[in-house]
Design a protein around this ligand. Structure first.
Ligand code: KG4
Ligand code: ZN
Length: 358
């Protein structure tokens, strides 16, 4: 069964055709990042206009001459004016082709990415998703940092999350403060890697930034255990104070200190994510740890989480880099396992705050 996926929740216009939920037949991603760089972040109106301009071309390229049995689309969470473009295109196409439409949750789709493969790439193919549960999912991106219990494939329950910024946002905001450019995650990753492999690094050379653990019982936890939640606001304020006290970005740069500050900040985020993951893995017996989302590209996070998974005896499943960021192959892929969501899909509306497992 070939499913066409469409994704426009943020700043990527994407379409893909995936066979039987896993084999990627085509995958087209048009990234708008250059359009948002001057503003240091995604501007919803610009994103929406660019989706409108590109969507037909992107879908056309992905479909090429491929037969399609269903259309799947991200209906949330995401930016409302951006989601609407993809949903309208998907509805029109499903109607024109006379095939079902499946609405997909963007965060749940990120957790499907390790199961995607291209037959042309060769190599080892993972067992099916049903064989990898019970799984702990970690969706870590510019919009989310969420730990998800998946007792069976397709069943999702949030067990921990950030109470404020997502990890990707924390990277992007720090990069803005330090004048490193947008998006900040890849830049911070690269600078940190260089610092760690330089002669200047030793564990004691890192600045001890706070690794925010919310207080037990605070209302923002919404009933989730504090030990599985995180707050990045204290870390961000600590960085701001440090930068202000040391002559701003220019002062730190003149003193050759930027890379040490950046590596210390990244390490605080990585260690806090690793700690919550370790705790979540201790709560029940899992078979795998599934990680998805743009921040899962972070090389230090990958390294540390693979050690965590090893120490807990679970298999770590991570997507290949081309599927870590936003794409439509993950939408088309997950839809194969969610065709029970078809019935009222034509009356589907965008759901900007859609929760995992809803
Ligand atoms: O999943 P994604 O493409 O879009 C969202 O759904 O948010 O994630 C984008 C986020 C951005 O915040 C970006 O800075 C971050 O992923 N990111 C990284 C890395 N590559 C992308 N963060 C840390 N290290 C990276 N190598
Ligand atoms: Zn995403």
């Amino acid at each position: 069964m070939n499913i066409l996926g469409i994704e426009t929740s943020c700043d990527e216009t994407a379409a893909a055709v995936v066979k039987d939920g896993r084999e990627v037949i085509s995958n087209v991603v048009y990234t708008q990042i250059p359009l948002h760089v001057p503003y240091g972040g995604v501007v919803p109106e610009i994103a929406s206009r660019a989706h409108v301009e590109k969507i037909s071309q992107v879908i056309g390229e992905a479909m090429a001459h491929h037969h399609v049995d269903a259309v799947a689309v991200t209906y949330g969470p995401g930016l409302p004016p951006a989601l609407i473009v993809g949903l309208n295109a998907a509805k029109g196409l499903a109607k024109a082709l006379g095939v079902p439409l499946v609405g997909i949750n963007h965060i749940e789709a990120h957790l499907h990415t390790p199961f995607l493969f291209e037959s042309s790439a060769g190599g080892e193919i993972l067992p099916g998703p049903e064989e990898m549960t019970p799984a702990l999912g970690l969706a870590i991106s510019g919009g989310h940092t969420t730990w998800i219990d998946m007792p069976q494939y397709g069943v999702y329950e949030i067990i921990g999350q950030t109470l404020d910024d997502a990890a990707g946002e924390a990277f992007d905001k720090a990069a803005k403060l330090l004048e490193l450019g947008y998006p900040g995650g890849p830049k911070i990753d690269k600078i940190s890697r260089e610092y760690f492999s330089s002669g200047r690094y030793s564990p004691s050379s890192l600045i001890a930034f706070p690794q925010g653990r919310p207080r037990e019982g605070v209302s923002q936890l919404s009933g989730l255990p504090a030990e599985l939640c995180v707050s990045f606001s204290g870390l961000k304020s600590a960085l701001l104070r440090y930068v202000q006290q040391n002559g701003g970005a220019a002062g730190l740069s003149a003193a050759g200190e930027i890379s040490r500050v950046v590596a210390s900040y990244q390490e605080a985020i990585v260690q806090v994510v690793a700690d919550r993951t370790r705790r979540a893995l201790s709560r029940r017996k899992y078979r795998s740890l599934i990680i998805g989302g743009g921040v899962s590209l972070n090389s230090r996070l990958r390294e540390v989480l693979s050690l965590v998974a090893k120490s807990k005896g679970v298999e770590l499943l991570m997507a290949k880099p081309s599927y870590c960021g936003d794409n439509a192959a993950m939408i088309a892929g997950l839809a194969f396992y969610r065709t029970n969501h078809v019935d009222d899909a034509m009356s589907l509306d965008v759901c900007p705050c859609l929760e995992v497992g809803q």
